[in-house]
Design a binder for this molecule. Sequence first.
Ligand code: XUL
Ligand code: CO
Length: 439
Amino acid sequence: MSTNEYFPGVGKIKYEGPESDNPFAFQYYQEDKVVAGKTMKDHFRFAVAYWHSFCNVNNDPFGVGTRTFPWDKSSDPLDNAKYRLEAAFEFFSKLGNPYYCFHDVDLAPEGGSVAETEKNLKELVSLAKQYQRDSGMKLLWGTANLFGHPRYMNGAATNPDFDVVCHAGAQVKNALEATVELDGENYVFWGGREGYMHLFNTMMRRELDHMGTFLRAARDYGRKIGFKGTFLIEPKPMEPTKQQYDFDAATVINFLREQDLMDDFKLNIEANHVTLASHSFAHDLMIAAEAGLLGSIDANRGDVQNGWDTDYFPTDLYDAIEAMIILLDNGGIAPGGLNFDAKLRRNSTDLEDLFHAHIGGMDTFARGLMIADDILNNSNFRELREGRYTSFDSGDGKKFEDGKLSLEDLRDLAAQKGEPEMRSGKQELLENLFNRYIK
Ligand code: XUL
Ligand code: CO
């Protein structure tokens, strides 16, 4: 089907091993290599983010875009959307990622009316379906962009104006239909402007309930049209709003429980969002995993110097090791995956930079997986952690854990046992252990 080539000079990216100095080869990611009982391909389910990779020309508040896309060659936005799709599938086939993700407006331009927008999206979805069929590529998740259009300046589902909520409903309905048509395995809600800019011109309780009502309506429609996948909420504490309602994993879990959404929704944890909330990436992965709600991951990283969403490609090996320890303990991430919600720097202007960025991200996680697996199987990591809790495994500690001791019982046991022994947390030993397994 492809007639144009957008990334000439770059062939299929292959695994060449750690000794290779070919910048267009994987050093660690080997899709068929089995680690901890599964191929790397199945562990990660890597996805390329359509918006950053094929739509974002790297403009910032200080200047216009620096990248020019060869697929932006027509004055008609609908034609360009088709060229962009062609370029995206060429990129996927060369990189070898099994999944991709999109917002409705990444795929097709908005029209002058709801009906025209629907027509544009349907046309692009049917083309994408053919590309998927021809290439074997799959859709990890679809979503609706409910933050870019000026009408959403005061929020989408939480907008104080009902007319705006209706438009948000129309967009989500269409994006859900697109996701189902393309066999998308998940559907994401990132509440970009679902929050407030000032607490005292906002009825927060009312807005939160509107968001719950909106999400239940979306869930019901999704199920009605045959969506069997997971709905995901992607937490972020701020930006673009001063305060976003989906602040972090713990906040979202409370919201899901309160709004009776626990059976259908899980969390999409994005590394840079978590650090913006002043937690570590691993912290929110752990919160979500331990609640049984770790649905998917937006893999990127922030910058310790900067307090905004820099969306760097993930190249931090420590982060990857920690994430993979949690994922291995979680039994994997499917039907979620690792989506590179990451963008090239403003001064990375060569088209081929997009390959280096993704190769680096995939290699970082592949290496992280092998190290995490080695730590879990061959070190005393588990004893270091679980060994600290053995006093709850039997006797009175076990009775406490089972809820069978009263506060009076605890007092009497304290009096009888006397001052507790000091037990080291062994933090430095644990930190050294991670470093020793980086080989
Ligand atoms: C924004 C962000 C979004 C979501 C999808 O910070 O992460 O790209 O992942 O809307
Ligand atoms: Co994201």
